[in-house]
Design a protein around this ligand. Structure first.
Ligand SMILES: Cc1cc2nc3c(=O)[nH]c(=O)nc-3n(C[C@H](O)[C@H](O)[C@H](O)COP(=O)(O)OP(=O)(O)OC[C@H]3O[C@@H](n4cnc5c(N)ncnc54)[C@H](O)[C@@H]3O)c2cc1C
Ligand code: SF4
Length: 496
């Protein structure tokens, strides 16, 4: 703490966002460029350097938050970068994308707004790249052991970087044409510009990680062949099996899964397409599902020029303040949060049929109806109580000629034959079974990230990637490893 009274004298101030009218006209990140650095030192100085830093406990990566808050407050950016990268391979991703359970667990948050930990993390990561504090770290010597990582999302990338740096020869297999998983073709550019991803991939290539794109393991290449060729295999294929909405009219044209819609918008940003074939331009859009994926659809539809956009959430509207009984500090509570996309929808009045921020809470979809050509035209819904029971007299309709389903994911897809080809045991909910060492029932095959944990967060994916790397290194090195293992396969976020 450069200033022990910082938390009493400095109010919380976040990285400001650009005006909604400006940012929806482009795909760039929503923040005002250059506006974080001038405020972040004083914000870091609000940290009380707690004896028991709950922020650290609340982060799956075990980020050394008070250490780097102090270093930023003292403008020692190089040391801050070293401390940050000691626990996180990709802080520029989490600094932009994480919902920040650390801030919910911050001791200051008991009676004041939390320290802006996520902003401090992002500032350190960006400064580290700008100043060259994070050069490639190729291994001093090679172990002669080989590892195949299947899937190039944050789990696969973190595992590959750790294992490459430990001296193993690592190849990452990815079925898409580009590396990155959901960071590439799920999360929109306005939440994280892909240049951050490219920079890390270049770093990893320089360190020696090999990448094989457009290769679906299980279909283009037999999983057994991969197993025979490598000393260990890490499955990091994500949870891509989306949930369906089985209501009358689901078969109408114009109803799509969020992950059919979002990747096309990402491809426009990549320059592959001039216009998305599913563009929302001029259409009335209804998004079914109140989570972050739905919010990403909302921000994308607004940028594409939708005539209106409404997001349906089956849950009742959460409160603005923590429920001290059900979700006491330091857990990460479900709160009414105004994401950048909701702020845009509110400011641009994008949803005349909904609440000001485009959301309709406690709303359940009954059916869709269409026109003579079989295209969806309306979504019919009913209000529900907290137990999801329909409330009589609350039926209503919304105009909808593009419907996006954002209802979550159950586990890895089975269509590529990878899970069945290898004979992997799976849990009843569809995720890959593994033991406390991240090992599956097939010798030499490990599983991590959303494929095994189920749909989660980038911060958990990176933590799982680091932990599975330690398990693989132990397996290859005869029982020892110097790699850190921040989480176990059965660890879960803090709850009351
Ligand atoms: C739209 C959307 C937005 C999100 N936004 C956020 C956010 O803002 N913040 C946050 O913390 N989390 C967010 N998440 C969740 C987060 O993206 C995931 O938890 C995380 O990406 C999981 O990482 P992963 O590496 O396990 O899987 P993924 O990122 O899904 O990567 C898996 C990769 O494996 C590849 N693959 C699958 N099968 C094969 C095969 N047989 N052969 C070769 N390759 C294969 C896939 O193509 C994919 O590239 C979001 C999720 C979605 C869907
Ligand atoms: S809990 Fe909050 S105030 Fe305490 S060390 Fe962590 S960031 Fe600083």
């Amino acid at each position: 703490m450069a200033d022990p009274k910082g938390f009493m004298t400095t109010p919380r101030e976040e990285w400001p966002r650009r005006p909604a009218e400006e940012r929806v006209r482009d795909w760039d990140e929503v923040y005002v460029p250059g506006a974080l650095l001038p405020i972040v030192g004083a914000q870091a100085d609000r940290c009380m350097d707690c004896g028991v830093p709950f922020c650290h406990e609340a982060c799956p990566l075990g980020n050394l938050i008070p250490d780097w808050n102090d270093l930023v407050a003292r403008s020692d950016w190089r040391a801050a970068s070293e401390r940050l990268h000691a626990t996180n391979n990709f802080p520029e991703f989490t600094g932009r994308l994480c919902p920040a359970p650390c801030e919910s667990g911050c001791v200051l948050a008991i009676n004041q707004p939390a320290v802006t930990i996520k902003n401090v993390e992002c500032a350190i990561a960006d400064r580290a790249w700008a100043e060259g504090f994070t050069p490639p770290r190729p291994p001093d010597r090679l172990s002669g052991r080989t590892v195949a990582v299947i899937g190039s999302g944050p789990t696969g990338l973190a595992a590959a970087q750790q294992l490459t740096r430990a001296g193993h020869t690592v190849a990452v297999y990815e079925r898409d044409d580009r590396i990155g998983g959901l960071l590439r073709y799920g999360i929109p550019e306005f939440k994280m510009e892909k240049r951050h991803l490219e920079r890390r991939i270049d770093q990893m290539r320089t360190e020696g990680t090999r990448f094989r794109t457009s290769t679906t393991v299980g279909r283009d290449m037999a999983a057994d062949e991969l197993r025979a060729r490598y000393d260990a295999v890490v499955i990091a294929t994500g949870a891509t099996a989306w949930r369906e909405l089985s209501v009358p009219g689901r078969e109408l044209a114009g109803i799509h899964q969020a992950m059919e819609y979002l990747p096309l918008a990402n491809r426009v940003c990549e320059g592959d397409l001039e216009r998305s074939p599913l563009s929302a331009a001029g259409r009335h859009v209804a998004i079914v599902g109140g989570g972050d994926t739905g919010a990403d659809c909302l921000g994308t539809a607004v940028r594409e020029g939708a005539a209106s956009v409404t997001q349906l959430d089956i849950y009742t509207r959460p409160g603005a303040a923590r429920d001290e009984e059900a979700e006491p500090w330091p857990t990460h509570p479900k709160l009414y949060r105004l994401s950048a996309a909701h702020e845009e929808a509110r400011d641009l009045r994008s949803a005349p049929a909904a609440d000001a921020d485009a959301r309709l809470f406690a709303a359940s979809t009954l059916r869709f109806t269409g026109d003579a050509e079989g295209r969806v035209r309306s979504l019919h819904l009913v209000g529900v109580d907290a137990g999801r029971r329909p409330l009589p007299g609350t039926e209503r309709s919304l105009p909808a000629d593009l419907v996006l389903l954002a209802l979550g994911f159950s586990g890895p897809g089975r269509e590529d034959g990878l899970v069945d080809g290898l004979g992997l045991a799976v849990e009843p909910r569809g995720t890959i079974t593994r033991n406390p060492d991240f090992a599956t029932n097939v010798p030499g095959v490990f599983a991590a990230g959303d494929a095994a944990r189920g749909q989660s967060l980038v911060v958990w994916a990176i933590a799982e990637g680091r932990a599975v790397a330690a398990a693989v290194d132990r397996h290859l090195s005869g029982g020892t490893t110097r790699l850190p293992s921040p989480v176990g396969p059965y660890d879960r976020p803090m709850t009351a």
